[in-house]
Structures are given as C-alpha cells and as structure tokens.
Design a protein around this ligand. Structure first.
Ligand code: SAM
Length: 208
C-alpha cells in the first residue's frame, strides 16, 4: 500500500456519502457518454472510486472492468453494484498500468476525476491508447486548475496532505491536458467545462 491508497481508503466512506456537486453536469456527462455505448461494448474505468458511475453505465454495455488503487473504495463499489443487481462489473484493485489489459481490447476507457491525481500522466494516456480498439473512446473529467485562481491551491497541498485533508494534486491547464491527450493519439470530439471557475474539464476523445 502506498500513501495515496491509504488516503483514499480513509476517505472512502465519506466520499460515498458526499453529494454530487453539480447534478446537471453529472447527468449531462452520463448522457453524452452513453450516446457512444452499445450493448456489446467492453469498458474499463480507472480510478472508479465507489463505482457510482460504473453502476449507471453498466446497463448500457456488455462489461465494465472497474479498477481503483483503494480497496475500501472498491468494497463500497462492490456492494453498490450488488444492491443495483449489476453483475457485469468486475472490480479490481490496481492502477491502469498494473492492470495490463490486452492491447486493443477495450471499446471505451473512462478516467473520471482522477487524471489530476496521477504522477505519470504520459504513461497513463499512452496506456489508454494502447488498450483501446482503433476508434475507441476515452472519456475523462479532470480538475484543470492551471489558468484559474484556484491554481494557488498548490501552496496549500503540502499542509493539506499533512492534515490528511488533500491528496497530491497536480496543477495542469486545459491546454496542457488537451495537448497531452492529442499527443497520445486522440482526436477530441467533446470538450466543455463546469464547476467553480470552470475548472472541471469534460472530454470525450476518439483514438485515431
Ligand atoms: C476523486 S476520486 C474519483 C472517483 C470516481 N472516479 C468519481 O468520479 O467519483 C479519485 C479516485 O481515484 C483513485 N486513484 C487515485 N490515483 C489512482 C491511480 N493512480 N490509479 C487508479 N486509481 C487511482 C482513488 O483511490 C479514488 O478512488
């Protein structure tokens, strides 16, 4: 276990109980994502947390591999899926690179509210591209604080981490993230923001 897993293990119950901060945007993201889904599709969601979104998508696809580094998040995800009678979600404790999905095996990969927490974004984006089928889609939602006054949060991160209030957060801009996604071999089809100072960036990108 590393410090990141432990942080999310400690936060899992509170995270599961917390309300969605912007319900309209959440519903819009679900709907725009589901437009791409068909019942034969194989999906992978990394950083799935408590499985709330996987449970919403499961009725629209064949199977979802839902992975996360936090065992406690996954425990909640498994019971959430059980309560919703969703039998086509397999939860596993792993990173995307550790999971080692077969090349070109996935129709869609989802990384929601997780990319700004990842140290080696290039490895993750390259891995998303490797495991997607040609034409497959990558759906992400990422806190991009780089051009916002909220970027100054970086000065609070060390204290927030010490007080167990915050995970490591990487400050990136919308331009940086979109450039990195394109460089990994994607064409961006949908891009919009919401949230405080518009920092939450939703992207649907297609593997070229
Ligand atoms: C802010 S939560 C988001 C959870 C969920 N995707 C959602 O939108 O509600 C971030 C999640 O990412 C997980 N996480 C953080 N770093 C990760 C990594 N490198 N690989 C996989 N999961 C990771 C955490 O354990 C946590 O469950």
């Amino acid at each position: 276990m590393n410090k990141s897993d432990q942080f999310w293990d400690r936060k899992a119950e509170a995270y599961a109980k917390s309300a969605i901060s912007d319900e309209d945007s959440y519903q819009r993201k679900l709907a725009e994502t589901q437009k791409y889904f068909t019942p034969e599709m194989q999906i992978l969601e990394f950083g799935c947390g408590t499985g709330a979104t996987a449970v919403q998508h499961a009725p629209h696809v064949k199977h979802i591999d839902a992975i996360d580094i936090s065992g406690k998040m996954l425990e909640i995800g498994r019971s959430r899926a059980g309560e919703a009678c969703m039998k086509n979600i397999t939860f596993s404790q792993n990173t995307l690179e550790g999971f080692q999905a077969e090349a070109e095996s996935m129709d869609a990969v989802l990384g929601l509210n997780v990319i700004h927490l990842i140290t080696d974004r290039k490895s993750v984006l390259d891995e998303v591209a490797r495991i997607l089928k040609p034409g497959g889609i990558f759906v992400s939602s990422t806190g991009c604080l780089g051009n916002s006054y909220l970027r100054f949060i970086k000065f609070l991160v060390p204290l927030g981490k010490r007080l167990d209030l915050m995970p490591d957060i990487f400050i990136l801009s919308e331009e940086q993230l979109t450039e990195e996604i394109r460089a990994a071999g994607f064409k961006i089809e949908t891009q919009w923001h919401h949230g405080i100072d518009n920092v939450d960036l939703f992207i649907i990108a297609r593997k070229i």
